[in-house]
Design a protein around this ligand. Structure first.
Ligand SMILES: NC(=O)C1=CN([C@@H]2O[C@H](COP(=O)(O)OP(=O)(O)OC[C@H]3O[C@@H](n4cnc5c(N)ncnc54)[C@H](OP(=O)(O)O)[C@@H]3O)[C@@H](O)[C@H]2O)[C@H](O)CC1
Ligand SMILES: [K+]
Length: 503
């Protein structure tokens, strides 16, 4: 599903008028009609529509007219000075006035079973002003005093939700349904914004917009989308065609991480999996790991190279430890290995600040996949975690483009940024996944998909989705307490569900 930034929404606005010569009022009519359709499908009779004086308010008044025509009781309340509003908003206001829909007080709000937030959408500049905050607080108080819970519907975005970042003003009304226009806005998929949108319904503007903007700069990864990324298996597939994956990891006391990564690669369909660990760990790891995984050891770079030469995917990092020896080994390996590569956990730690790797990543023909959580990403970039979280889509995009890597920035939601600047916001996963080892499993899944022949970018986007989807299946049975290994074992079922997903 396509995702818009604020500037893309505004650009489409501009193109509708300038390139097509289509009056924006047509788009507004479609927008308002779409909102009315959604509300009319809900079981509500009386609707209180709070409109600002921009085009978001105009959408609200178009919806008011349609709802009235459908026999609903409708009240339109204006916030702001209509004489200073946009011409389209003033036009709709004049019609609503003649239809006697305008009220100048909030008195009827508590009698309504639906409240519509059409105060402002993508046109908000900066933080909400105090006068609007106060109005929103008064509305909030009215809603809280009601003896039943009204259906709160936001038009385009809940007012005060920053369309690009998902930041939310404290006065923002949480919606049960957000009817978003044209395409979902980026901030609606990011936290805290996501929790203020309720169910997201997309409605069109009566015109296709993909001729104006590149169709896939930011995408939301849904089940239907992920289905298209699945690898195809030939009927004669065998372990030689399904890829040989190597996991390099482990250190004394850190045996579980590489074992989980290797086993996840097996559950994700790798043809063969070798787990290579430091010599001192070999015996314990061999006892722990499932029999499908081959084990090997390394004591120097020559051994590492022997394990990784001509392999279909190599992942380095899980449980490797943070001592100087491990650090040097990683840097040396990453600087010289040209094959398909995934770097995670202690492997990322060893890189330190990304600049210290010179042009290693930029020079690679096949981009490496880096899978940091925000803490690891902070170490790679020198940014604070707060700055990363405030703008995870844009910082991920910038990093991937600048360093020619596939960046999997883990979190809620995980975003995958590609060297060409495309970003995929993941649509699966849940809060039960916050358990040590979950990242190791993701590394195994992505490596196995690369091993099966998927390009790094596709393997990362699909791997992240499958990982979250498998966890969502477990989450249905227990909200938390499921283990990373259980998630790995569920991957096959997730793949099966995607394969049978209706178009
Ligand atoms: N994308 C499309 O093609 C279409 C979108 N539609 C709808 O239009 C809005 C965007 O409309 P726009 O007129 O650009 O702006 P808004 O209505 O979202 O916002 C303007 C109002 O917000 C007030 N405002 C702005 N900043 C602040 C602030 N910091 N604090 C308080 N209030 C603020 C502004 O008041 P001013 O006094 O500053 O003028 C306006 O009242 C989009 O979201 C869609 O809903 C089209 O209808 C169809 C095509
Ligand atoms: K709104």
């Amino acid at each position: 599903m396509r995702v818009w930034s604020k500037s893309e929404a505004q650009y489409v606005d501009h193109c509708i008028q300038e390139d097509l010569g289509m009056p924006l009022g047509y788009a507004m009519e479609n927008a308002g009609h779409g909102v009315a359709d959604v509300i009319s499908e809900a079981d509500v009779q009386s609707i209180f529509i709070i409109c600002g004086t921009g085009n978001n308010g105009g959408d609200g008044m178009v919806a008011a007219r349609h709802l009235k025509a459908l026999g609903k009781e409708v009240f339109v309340y204006i916030i702001g000075d209509i004489d200073k509003g946009t011409s389209l908003c003033q036009e709709q206001f004049a019609i609503c006035q003649k239809l006697e829909l305008i009220t100048d007080s909030l008195d009827m709000l508590p009698t309504c079973d639906c409240i519509v937030d059409a105060i402002a959408g993508t046109g908000v500049v900066g933080d909400l002003r105090d006068d609007l905050r106060q109005e929103l607080d008064v509305i909030q108080t009215h809603i809280q005093k009601m003896t039943y819970e009204p259906l709160v519907v936001a038009i385009d975005v809940p007012t005060g939700l920053v369309a690009d970042t998902g930041a939310v003003d404290p006065a923002t009304l949480a919606a049960d349904v957000t009817v978003t226009l044209g395409a979902v806005k980026q901030g609606m998929l990011l936290y805290p914004g996501r929790s203020y949108c309720g169910t997201i319904v997309e409605k069109g503007l009566g015109v296709s917009w993909d001729m104006f903007i590149e169709p896939s700069r930011t995408m939301y990864v849904t089940t239907e989308f992920a289905k298209k990324l699945l690898p195809q298996r030939i009927p004669t597939a065998h372990k030689g065609t399904n890829g040989h994956v190597v996991i390099l990891g482990g250190s004394e006391g850190m045996y579980g991480a590489p074992v989980m990564a290797a086993e996840a690669a097996v559950y994700s369909g790798a043809g063969k999996v070798t787990l290579a660990v430091p010599t001192s760990c070999l015996d314990i790891v061999t006892q722990k790991v499932m029999p499908e995984v081959m084990t090997g050891s390394f004591g120097n770079m020559l051994h590492v190279r022997m394990h990784t030469v001509d392999k279909d995917a190599v992942a380095i990092g899980p449980g490797l430890g943070r001592n100087q020896e491990a650090k040097e080994m990683v840097r040396n390996f990453v600087n010289t290995f040209e094959g398909p590569l995934v770097i995670d956990a202690d492997g990322l730690f060893a890189l330190g600040r990304i600049e210290t790797m010179g042009t290693t990543f930029i020079d690679r023909e096949r981009p490496a996949v880096l899978t940091p959580h925000p803490g690891e990403f902070a170490a790679l970039t020198g940014m604070t975690i707060a700055d990363i979280e405030a703008s995870r889509v844009e910082v991920a995009r910038e990093f991937a483009t600048k360093h020619n890597v596939v960046l999997v920035l883990k979190g809620a939601p995980t975003v995958v940024a590609l060297p060409g600047g495309h970003v995929y916001i993941n649509g699966s996963g849940n809060e039960g996944m916050g358990t040590g080892g979950m990242g190791d499993v993701l590394t195994g899944i992505i490596s196995a998909l690369i091993g099966q022949g998927l390009p790094e970018s596709r393997a990362a986007v699909l791997g992240v989705f499958l990982h979250g989807n498998a966890a969502d299946r477990l989450h249905e049975v227990k909200p938390f307490g499921f283990t990373p290994s259980e998630v790995a074992r569920e991957i096959g079922t997730s793949i099966q569900a995607l394969m049978t997903e209706e178009e």
